[in-house]
Write a protein that binds this ligand. Structure first.
Ligand code: PMP
Length: 403
């Protein structure tokens, strides 16, 4: 007899299982479009030059040591991250009613935020877009939420946003429900609301007294412009909302495995900062006590040094423009082949991912027959495309849709 006899085998996590399968595949032309990590034109992972420079400087700084960080992390990092999101002039910052907390990347920020909301505000219901990043549900459930509900988002028919369905589902949400909103570059669809649609969304969120919890995993990485990619969060702050925003530095700094994140908290009264901060401290203390320093030091160093900051902005422009270029190339190749269907959505979408519109059977066929690894939902990571494999991928899609 073991204590563990009744433990059932859990389902594999699709994106990691797919990468493993791809790694083990010996087919020469295989393409990994599953994983959400940047690749160069040569298909290689990229450590940003500005990160290398910061690491060298930090390695030579004898004043740094390996003592514990405070529970809420490095203050210089979280303030810089919060300013990067909200803007220096943000009314919430000017009025001292916003702050940041260092977390274990974007996932950690979502988890800490969720647990605080469940534990301290008694929140039980969260809403997520259909579809969404698949981890949102698990993170919020593990954070103490009892019920996750979908709001309509993607329309198969138009391969675009179902704004009417979205607004209707929000209108039917119970007062106080937490709404997860993707700040930019929606994962997995790559389809964002327009400015006007965000205005409509904000109106309903206000009217129904819902709590907006933004997820910002792609600031700067999506459009190459840090301000543009933060515009929605800033708009909500201007509208007077209290909100949370989970920030990830995995993509825009290429610091995937360093787990650098920030939970930005915007309140409507500066007097609430101390009690809220103290309760978040207890959530983190009981979860992992305090965060690691390496990645946060890198980000903090770059954000506080004007020269490195400019280099970093060049680095993110390099990444975002390569992706935009690959979108153009893929669409062009599909159209030249006369692939059935309309492919404008490939270039209209933004960010790392694209919903191709391929269904599950077709996506599985892409993996099996063509060794093009993509999620069953039809999602591909644009980062896996390079000038040397884009034609191969387009041909594979053509064959899949025509035979
Ligand atoms: N939210 C979204 C929408 C994401 O796409 C990701 C990364 N795939 C994350 C959060 C979290 O990323 P990380 O924990 O690596 O920062």
């Amino acid at each position: 007899m073991s204590w563990f006899c009744d433990v059932e085998l859990g389902p594999p996590i699709e994106v990691f299982a797919l990468t493993k399968q791809c790694t083990e595949d010996t087919f020469e032309q295989k393409v990994n479009l599953g994983v959400g990590a940047y690749r160069t034109n040569e298909g290689k992972p990229w450590v940003l030059p500005v990160v290398r420079a910061a690491e060298k400087a930090l390695a030579n700084d004898e004043t740094l040591n390996k003592e514990y960080l405070p529970v809420l992390g490095i203050d210089a990092f979280s303030s810089a991250a919060t300013r990067m999101l909200l803007g220096e002039e943000s009314p919430a910052l000017v009025e001292n009613r916003a702050f940041g907390v260092q977390t274990l990347s974007g996932t950690g920020a979502l988890r800490v935020g969720a647990e605080f909301l469940a534990r301290n505000l008694g929140k039980t219901v969260f809403y997520y877009s259909s579809p969404t990043w698949e981890n949102h549900k698990l993170v919020f459930k593990n954070g103490g939420f009892l019920e996750g509900r979908e709001y309509r988002y993607w329309s198969e028919k138009t391969r675009g946003l179902d704004i009417d369905g979205f607004l209707e589902d929000l209108r039917n949400a119970p007062e106080g429900a937490v709404i997860i909103l993707h700040a930019c570059a929606h994962n997995p669809t790559g389809c964002d609301p327009t400015e006007e649609q965000w205005r409509q969304i904000a109106e309903v969120v206000k009217e129904r007294k819902l709590f907006p919890f933004f997820d910002s995993a792609y600031q700067g990485f999506a459009s190459g412009d840090l301000i543009k990619d933060a515009a929605t969060v800033r708009y909500f702050v201007q509208q007077g909302f209290e909100l949370f925003c989970a920030q990830s530095f995995a993509k825009n700094f290429g610091l995937y495995n360093e787990r650098v994140g920030n939970l930005t908290v915007v309140l409507n009264n500066a007097e609430l900062v101390a009690p809220v901060k103290s309760q978040i401290t207890l959530v983190i203390r009981g979860m992992y006590s305090n965060p690691p320093s390496h990645g946060a030091r890198i980000v903090s160093y770059v954000l506080s040094n004007p020269d490195l900051y400019n280099q970093w902005r060049d680095n993110i422009r390099t990444m975002s423009s390569r992706i935009i270029e690959m979108r153009k190339k893929l669409r062009e190749a599909l159209e030249v082949l006369g692939t059935p269907g309309d492919w404008t959505h490939i270039t209209n979408q933004i960010g790392m991912f694209s919903y191709t519109g391929l269904n599950e059977i077709q996506s599985l066929h892409m993996v099996k027959k063509h060794h093009v690894y993509m999620l069953r939902s039809g999602r591909i990571s644009m980062c896996g495309l390079t000038p040397s494999n884009v034609d191969y991928v387009a041909k594979a899609i053509y064959e899949t849709l025509t035979t």
